[in-house]
Design a protein around this ligand. Structure first.
Ligand SMILES: [Zn+2]
Ligand SMILES: [Zn+2]
Ligand SMILES: [Zn+2]
Length: 931
């Protein structure tokens, strides 16, 4: 007789090897055909909402690893919240206006651009954005994300553009916007102002120079100790081109300053810096003529070394002794602190540099020269006239344009600003920061410090591709009309025709019919040509998306982006919401780190360490990319999926998959409706597993709730490998394969396998979205309840399955099992046995509680060690060669070959094999099972 037919081997058509590429494509098509996202919406419609608001990626290229990481992380959140029982509506968006797209369109157009109108350029930009939205949408969908992909929000849609105009109007209405001359980061190549977030600091080598400004005769006369001497103030700068705009020299009010005499000349500089600076300038010998606090220098004057004017002495707390001379060259048109000092001392915000980076025609000496050429010319002029004391090349950190990578300049220009002080915007934004939950918590201080110290928000740009600043100017009286009701009027036009209307229509068509200037009654107007900072566009997404969308809510529960958005989208969203609604647009904000390589270096084309998500998907499947996102602790920078990491992930995936396959295979003949046993009738080992399953559900659900996906990853992997594969499933094989198909102990095991698989597939679903769905299809229809795992909810912890007492008792048994396994390993190394079933084990244990437990569980212990026989003895009977446990006191284990013969059906070694004439190769247990 062939006993193979009498054992219950696992049966399943669930493939061992995943063909992820094919599977993913099929499932994506199926989900789309079945409208799974819409089904999920219907199913969840009455639940409480959980809204993750998508930060819009910029529509100008293929997605890269960082965007893929972000979108997958968001998909985890959305799926988890659905399975936790919320209505997690997720509307993706794209950021469409702005310089990067206009730049690429400029490159495509080349010389053609010169003959084009703003409206034509805008049409090209719109087409460009549309093209990349299409590309990115397909790439994002390929990652497996559930979203309302067919109805995304676009910052260039007419409705969104109208909201931008309205939100600016709200700022007008509250008096939060003003026009002022202010130095801003300015890219001379792109001819536009740049926001703080659009500036990158890179090292740059510049000329650093020490220059003397001679005191005016009046100031010299005011200080008796300078009688008959030549005195100058010493300044230091790394931007000689800003000297033509010098209007002042700043001193710290409480530092000590000295008048140092050397070779018949007197120099004014900070006391603390006198020694090193004068040494450096080659004045080995000097003596201090006089010392005075900075305070006493206020209002003295020096002559500008080449311009026909004086430079006034002013006081500022920003002066430091880190570098230079402690006497700070001040050009209010070229620096933020200089500007603030200029306001305080009522100096002109003087800027002689045009938007092309060249000195304007009225500039003496350097007219028409660009600032970088002028640097050398100015140094030459100072040298020729004897004002230059020293020059030196230094490398310092200098701001550069984020787009064109050219160095930027600080330049005073007329710009539009959102005031941080009007309506107490800064203070109220800071209060809101304290109220929001920041994950990880260090994000709070980071954004707090940024908002606390930031200057007013420069919102104007001198470009074409964006939303206009809807301000009118009266030609009669020059009044500036930045008014909410006019913005509202324009917004209604924009809603119908798009923001192009501003550029294409006459000014009269943009105003209400018959509109008259409220100042002078005039009826002739011009319109502002600047557009809004693109960060204002995305910053008002809460107003354009969260507020009007019936399925969303304001504020959102969560914003989730890379940690650079503390100064970007989180920041501008906060300011636009507090500035118009007095409240942050989010309850919590989660940030993730950046993807780096194995050496912790940022990924870049020049380093050749870029991993393209498309490549990983092609080679391994999107599932492996998703598993990677889950495996990394995103609170820090994350290592990209290089070959080593993907190799490991593929192995983890294989183990999880094969565990599920084993479960499916052993449930082939199990009908959950008919065959499930009640808890009280389950075997102890099965109840132990059910207990462990509850602990796993609890841990995984808590980790999901806390966005600790790497803990989910490790917990699920450990559960599959340690709890299931290497223990429970291994031990169960005997029962599953050799017991009668409908035997109680086999149904008991299957009841728990079924429960385990069902819980496991749901717990993995947010991460392994494709594989969980694949497994779902192989479950008995009665267990599923839903057509897709993604329409189901997480398993709950069932308190009836939690049995701490049982778990504690088994802890003791498993401790002994570990010792027996060590002894078996030794015996295997000594070639005493091959498989563990060839072993019989003698356990020597002193009388007591442990001995009593082992007596009661001797059979169980043998089966969980997968050995053929086990006998217990008093500890003093142990032979010398028995292995002594170094964990359990006085426990010894001795392995010998199991007596008897190997049963060909169950492979156990039994002394009764050969005693049954009808089945001479079987053990008594198997004979009984065949009857
Ligand atoms: Zn630039
Ligand atoms: Zn007027
Ligand atoms: Zn047998």
């Amino acid at each position: 007789m062939d006993y193979k037919d009498t054992v219950n081997l696992p049966k399943t058509s669930f493939p061992m090897k995943a063909n992820l590429g094919k599977l993913e494509q099929e499932l994506l098509e199926r989900w789309e055909q079945e409208h799974i996202y819409q089904k999920l919406r219907q199913k969840c419609a009455d639940r409480p909402k959980y809204i993750l608001h998508d930060g819009p990626p910029y529509a100008n290229g293929h997605i890269h690893l960082g965007t893929a990481f972000n979108k997958i992380l968001k998909d985890f959140v959305v799926r988890v919240k659905s399975m936790e029982g919320y209505n997690a509506v997720y509307v993706p968006g794209w950021d469409c206006h702005g310089l990067p797209i206009e730049h690429q369109v400029d490159l495509e157009l080349g010389d053609e651009k010169a003959g084009m109108s703003k409206a034509d350029i805008r049409r090209r930009c719109r087409a460009f954005a549309e093209r990349f939205i299409e590309i990115q949408r397909e790439e994002f969908k390929r990652l497996g994300g559930f979203a309302d992909w067919e109805h995304p929000y676009l910052t260039m849609s007419y409705a969104y553009e109208a909201t931008i105009v309205r939100e600016l109007g709200r700022f007008f209405g509250r008096g939060g916007v003003y026009k002022g001359v202010k130095p801003v980061h300015w890219c001379v190549y792109d001819r536009t102002a740049l926001a703080e977030a659009e500036v990158e600091y890179e090292d740059r080598t510049d000329e650093s120079i020490w220059v003397k400004f001679p005191l005016t005769p009046e100031s010299q006369a005011a200080l008796p100790f300078l009688q008959g001497k030549r005195a100058s103030v010493l300044i230091w700068t790394t931007t000689p081109w800003t000297l033509p705009a010098n209007l002042a020299v700043a001193f710290h009010p409480s530092y000590e300053y000295v008048w140092a005499e050397t070779d018949g000349e007197v120099f004014l500089l900070a006391k603390e810096l006198a020694e090193p600076v004068l040494q450096k300038l080659g004045f080995a010998k000097y003596h201090i003529l006089h010392t005075m606090p900075g305070q006493a220098l206020e209002r003295l004057k020096a002559r500008h070394p080449f311009a026909d004017r004086d430079s006034v002495f002013i006081l500022g707390e920003h002066v430091t002794l880190d570098q230079g001379t402690g006497c700070v060259h001040t050009a209010p048109g070229h620096g933020q602190e200089d500007y603030e000092m200029g306001i305080k001392y009522r100096l002109e915000i003087y800027n002689p540099v045009g938007d092309d980076g060249r000195f304007v025609p009225e500039t003496p000496l350097f007219a028409g020269m660009n600032v970088w050429e002028a640097n050398a010319q100015i140094v030459d002029k100072l040298r020729a006239d004897g004002f230059l004391l020293k020059e030196e090349r230094i490398t310092h950190s200098y701001p550069h344009c984020w787009r064109c990578k050219n160095p930027v300049i600080f330049r005073g220009t007329a710009q539009w600003f959102i005031s941080m002080e009007a309506n107490d915007l800064r203070r109220r934004a800071l209060e809101e920061i304290r109220r929001v939950q920041w994950i990880p918590p260090w994000g709070e201080e980071r954004i707090y410090n940024m908002v606390e110290s930031r200057p007013d928000w420069c919102i104007s740009r001198q470009r074409a591709w964006g939303v206009p600043i809807t301000v009118f100017y009266c030609q009669g009286c020059q009044a500036t009309l930045a008014r909410q009701e006019l913005a509202e009027h324009v917004a209604n036009l924009v809603e119908r025709e798009g923001a192009d209307v501003w550029f294409e229509r006459d000014v009269a068509d943009l105003l209400p019919p018959g509109y008259r200037c409220p100042e002078c009654g005039g009826d002739r107007f011009t319109k502002e040509t600047d557009i809004l900072d693109v960060w204002f566009d995305s910053g008002v997404s809460h107003a354009a998306v969260l507020e009007p969308h019936p399925d969303l809510k304001w504020p959102a529960d969560l914003y989730l982006e890379g940690s650079d958005q503390h100064r970007g989208w989180f920041h501008t969203s906060l300011l636009t919401a507090v500035g118009t609604r007095d409240k942050a647009p989010y309850e919590s904000v989660l940030t993730h780190g950046f993807t780096v390589d194995a050496q912790g270096r940022k990924m870049s084309k020049s380093l050749g360490n870029v991993v393209a998500p498309q490549e990983v998907i092609e080679r391994h499947g999107a599932e492996i990319l998703r598993l990677w996102v889950a495996s990394e602790n995103f609170r820090e920078d994350v290592r990209g999926p290089d070959d080593e990491i993907t190799g490991h992930l593929v192995e983890v995936y294989r183990r999880i998959r094969n565990t599920c396959r084993f479960l499916l295979g052993n449930l082939a003949d199990f009908d959950p409706m008919a065959d499930c046993l009640p808890y009280a009738e389950l075997q102890e080992l099965d109840r132990l597993m059910l207990h462990r399953l509850q602990k796993t559900i609890e841990r995984v659900r808590r980790a999901y709730h806390d966005h600790e996906y790497h803990i989910v990853f490790h917990t699920l992997h450990n559960f599959c490998v340690v709890d299931l594969s290497s223990f429970y499933l291994d031990v169960l094989k005997d029962t599953l394969y050799t017991a009668r198909a409908d035997a109680m102990e086999r149904r008991s095991a299957q009841t728990v396998l079924h429960e385990t698989l069902l819980a496991l597939v749901k717990l993995m679903a947010p991460i392994l979205a494709f594989t969980a769905e694949e497994i779902w299809g192989y479950l008995p229809a009665a267990s599923r309840g839903e057509s897709s795992v993604h329409l189901s909810g997480f398993a709950q912890v069932n308190p009836a399955y939690v049995d701490e007492e049982l778990a504690a008792r088994w802890e003791h048994l498993l401790e002994v099992r570990t010792e027996i396994m060590k002894a078996l390993e030794q015996a295997r190394n000594q070639k005493l046995i091959g498989t563990s079933l060839e072993a019989a084990v003698d356990v020597y244990v002193p009388a007591g509680e442990r001995r009593d437990l082992l007596e009661a569980y001797a059979g169980t212990l043998a089966s969980i060690c997968i050995i053929s026989a086990l006998a217990l003895h008093p500890s003093d009977a142990a032979p010398a060669e028995a292995m002594a446990s170094d964990v359990i006191p006085e426990l010894k284990v001795q392995v010998r070959r199991a007596p008897g013969l190997k049963c060909v059906r169950c492979w156990q070694w039994r002394e009764d094999v050969g005693q049954y004439p009808e089945h001479p190769t079987l053990c008594g247990r198997c004979v009984a099972r065949l009857a």
